[in-house]
Write a protein that binds this ligand. Structure first.
Ligand SMILES: Cc1cc2nc3c(=O)[nH]c(=O)nc-3n(C[C@H](O)[C@H](O)[C@H](O)COP(=O)(O)O)c2cc1C
Ligand SMILES: C=C(O[C@@H]1CC(C(=O)O)=C[C@@H](OP(=O)(O)O)[C@H]1O)C(=O)O
Length: 389
């Protein structure tokens, strides 16, 4: 299973094409739309989210609520396009026509300068339109389809916020995944620990008022993945590595860790590895989950716990960082476009969906079936086989 996305931030629409989803999977459009709505809801975002109402249109691959096995294409319209038709039009410009709002002052921390150098664009808008995290709406649509497939195989995925601007949420290890899903959905900052919610919102308000930005840490928690998914035999089949790549591919994400993560560097082996046990009902299991569900590039059958760190948003509204105009080479402060002050809550939804896609992709690679009912049967049989192994 793979997917591609297309679309500029202020262009007509975003398009996602997913290939390799087995036939006969029941998909309700509302399930995809509720993922898109969640991505739009996090506290700290700019005015753009009030303009957009992300709703998906299914243009192929699903008929009467079931996948056909053919490519699934999903379209999300950009409502903001109507304000940008002259700037984003596809017609060649008539001679002598000025393009409005040509961008020549690259923002430190965004893709602006490197993208302009690479593609030879003298109008940095040609870079920022596609490098914008608007594209993550298209990725969430693909991930929502993956989540539906996983859900029907008994695998649940949930994303939430662990930290914003240095304010850390306490671990909530005793919460079930259903409780995590519910709490994250009820919280404006998508955090599980209610004690820090207001503090995080105050921090975002303070930063926004100062025209600055702030980052944080998101966590994704997965239950129900059987052991042995992924592989140790090649670097590009290690599932933890694929998840790491998917997380760091999210705009502004700079690092990833599993379980204890970087803390493992400061601990002894006896404090890090998870001891193995067996019982009739569960089969093999671990008495702890410090490695976050992975050994040797494969799942251990324990919950997957993965965190990603998001840097602060590069666009600074009040005190833009120093930059250089690419036409005059004069020093200037960077161009300021409308911007989010904090997108960590929204990014936790994006992270949930990109992780879900990698999990579904690995399952389909391992149990390759063209029909969903056969895939389910193969996964159920494998679960039984490893329980008794
Ligand atoms: C949900 C989300 C919203 C974002 N909103 C903004 C924004 O409003 N302004 C901005 O400058 N960057 C924003 N970013 C971050 C940039 O897209 C990102 O920094 C840029 O693409 C450069 O990529 P890099 O930071 O991964 O190097 C956002 C990221 C995410 C995940
Ligand atoms: C549009 C979205 O996020 C955008 C991501 C983004 C960036 O530079 O990454 C910059 C902003 O774009 P705009 O200038 O149009 O407001 C965000 O709003 C979205 O997430 O739907």
């Amino acid at each position: 299973m793979r997917y591609l996305t297309a679309g500029e931030s202020h262009g007509k629409q975003l398009t996602t094409i997913i290939e390799g989803v087995p036939a006969g999977l029941s998909i309700q459009i509302d399930e995809i739309n509720s993922s898109l709505l969640r991505r739009q809801q996090g506290y700290g975002r700019g005015r753009r989210q009030q303009i957009e109402k992300d709703l998906v249109e299914i243009t192929s691959g699903i008929r009467h609520g079931y996948t056909l096995g053919s490519p699934i294409s999903l379209v999300i319209k950009n409502d903001d396009f109507k304000h940008w038709t002259d700037i984003m039009g596809e017609e060649p410009l008539e001679e002598g026509t000025e393009i409005r709002r040509v961008v020549t002052k690259p923002r430190p921390g965004h893709a602006d300068l490197n993208g302009a150098l690479k593609y030879g664009h003298r109008d940095i808008r040609n870079v920022l339109e596609r490098s914008s995290a608007r594209e993550t709406a298209a990725r969430v649509a693909a991930g929502a389809v993956a989540k539906i497939l996983l859900q029907q195989l008994g695998i649940k995925v949930c994303g939430y916020v662990k930290e914003i601007g240095g304010i850390k949420a306490k671990d909530q290890d005793n919460l079930s995944i259903e409780e995590r899903i519910e709490r994250a959905q009820q919280s404006p900052v998508m955090v599980l620990d209610p004690d820090v919610e207001q503090e995080m919102m105050d921090k975002i308000d303070e930063v926004k008022q100062a025209g600055n930005s702030v980052g944080g840490v998101c966590e994704v928690y997965v239950e129900g993945m059987p052991a042995g998914i992924g592989s140790y035999v090649h670097y590009d089949r290690k599932l933890d590595a694929r998840i790491a790549a998917a997380v760091v591919s999210i705009n502004a994400f700079k690092g990833v860790e599993f379980g204890l993560g970087f803390e493992a560097a400061r601990k002894l082996g006896s404090e890090v590895h998870d001891e193995i046990a067996w019982n009739e009902k569960k089969g093999y299991y671990r008495t702890s989950n410090r490695l976050g569900g992975f050994e040797g590039g494969m799942t251990t059958g324990m919950p997957i716990v993965v965190r990603g760190v998001m840097k602060p948003i590069p666009t600074l509204m009040k005190n833009p960082l120093r930059s250089v105009d690419i036409n005059t080479k004069e020093p200037f402060t960077a161009t300021v476009e409308r911007s989010d002050a904090c997108a960590v809550p929204a990014a936790s939804v994006v992270m949930e969906h990109v992780v879900a896609f990698e999990l579904a992709r690995a399952i389909l690679e391992q149990f390759s079936r063209d029909q969903f009912s056969k895939l389910k049967k193969a996964v159920d049989e494998y679960r039984e086989e490893i329980r008794c192994f």
